[in-house]
Structure formats: C-alpha cells, structure tokens
Write a protein that binds this ligand. Structure first.
Ligand SMILES: [Zn+2]
Length: 193
C-alpha cells in the first residue's frame, strides 16, 4: 500500500496538465472489463484522463437490463451512452480470468457467496471451454461475446445501434503477453488488432 500512497502524494503536482479536465469530460469510448488488477485499460489503450469511461465488474459481466430494479452497471452504461454520447463500447475479457475460470471449471464458490450469486445470476449462458487451459481463452472469448449480446438488449443501446450512432466490440486481452484480439463478425473469430 505504501508505494501507492507515495505515488498519490506526488501525482497532484501537475495542475496545469489537468486544469482543463475541470471543464468536463467527453470520452469517445465506454470500456467494460473485469476488476482484475492485471488489466489496466489506460495502459493497454494509451488513453489519457478524460478519454475512457470505464465500467469494471467481476468477470466483466453486464447484468440484464431491468428498469424496475436498476443496477449500478446499467446506470453507468446509460450515463455513458445517453449523457456522454460515447460512440463505441468495448467489452474486454482477459486471459486467466478467475471469474470465467471458476465458471468453466464449475468451482465451488460457497465460501464467497456474493461472487457465487453474481456469477450464477448473470453469467448466462455459462461459458464453456477447455478446463485444462489456464488462460481459459475459449471461455473468456465466448463470455465477452455474450456480454455484447446482453448490451444489445438494453433499449437505449438498441436504439443507438439502429440509428448507427454506436458500435459494440468484443476484445480479448492476454495478461501474460499484452496482446489484444478483437472479435471479427465476418469470421466469428478473435484476431489480432
Ligand atoms: Zn477477470
């Protein structure tokens, strides 16, 4: 923890660089990814402050849209699309994902009931893949695509898509190489960016 505090203490010594951020934000992209500490969206994309609106959830899960019981995730997505007017949404799964790995392997998650219930409630369809693959690449990629499909069921996203004001993307990030692959609809495969 101390190195993080030390950095935070000196971080605020660049006021001129950040002063114009007080005028507002206009990010072009909503980046949805896992909470995993090995995934650092700004590092991967080179985004500067103000350029990337982020939503991080366990297993980069997008919960079902439910206007009666709104979720924090839906509120974040709605704000990004309707208020900030992002033009693209990226759902970025990652290799060696603990959440997806647990689903693929069918791990017993009773010791972490909040995680268990979050995954069992929202990770549908349940990702499958080769259980012997530590990267769970197949499961993560299928799971990222499922979240993109889930996004399409959000009414305000469906409308923006129809009006061609929004694009959705599924990415796969390898934590052990730094490589990023994007889903190509023409071939239904994940290819190098
Ligand atoms: Zn993860």
């Amino acid at each position: 923890m101390q190195p993080l505090i030390d950095n935070a203490r000196t971080f605020g010594q660049r006021p001129e660089e950040f002063a114009k951020l007080a005028e507002g934000q206009s990010p072009q992209v909503l980046f949805i990814t896992c909470s995993d500490s090995r995934v650092v969206p700004a590092l991967i994309t080179g985004a500067r402050p103000g350029e990337l609106f982020e939503l991080r959830t366990a297993g980069n899960i997008v919960p079902p849209y439910a206007s009666v019981h709104p979720t924090s995730e839906a509120a974040t997505i709605e704000y990004a699309v309707e208020v900030l007017g992002v033009r693209d949404i990226v759902v970025c799964g990652h290799s060696h994902c603990g959440a997806v790995g647990a689903l693929v392997r069918g791990d017993d998650l009773d010791a972490v009931p909040a995680v268990r219930d979050w995954l069992s409630s929202h990770a549908t369809p349940r990702p499958t893949g080769a259980v012997e693959d530590p990267a769970v690449a197949q499961g993560v990629q299928a799971h990222a695509l499922a979240q993109v499909l889930r996004l399409r069921s959000y009414p305000f996203i469906e409308k923006k898509l129809k009006d061609r004001q929004l694009s959705l993307h599924a990415w796969y990030y390898e934590v052990h190489t730094g490589a990023v692959r994007a889903h190509r609809t023409e071939t239904d495969t994940f290819e190098a960016l």
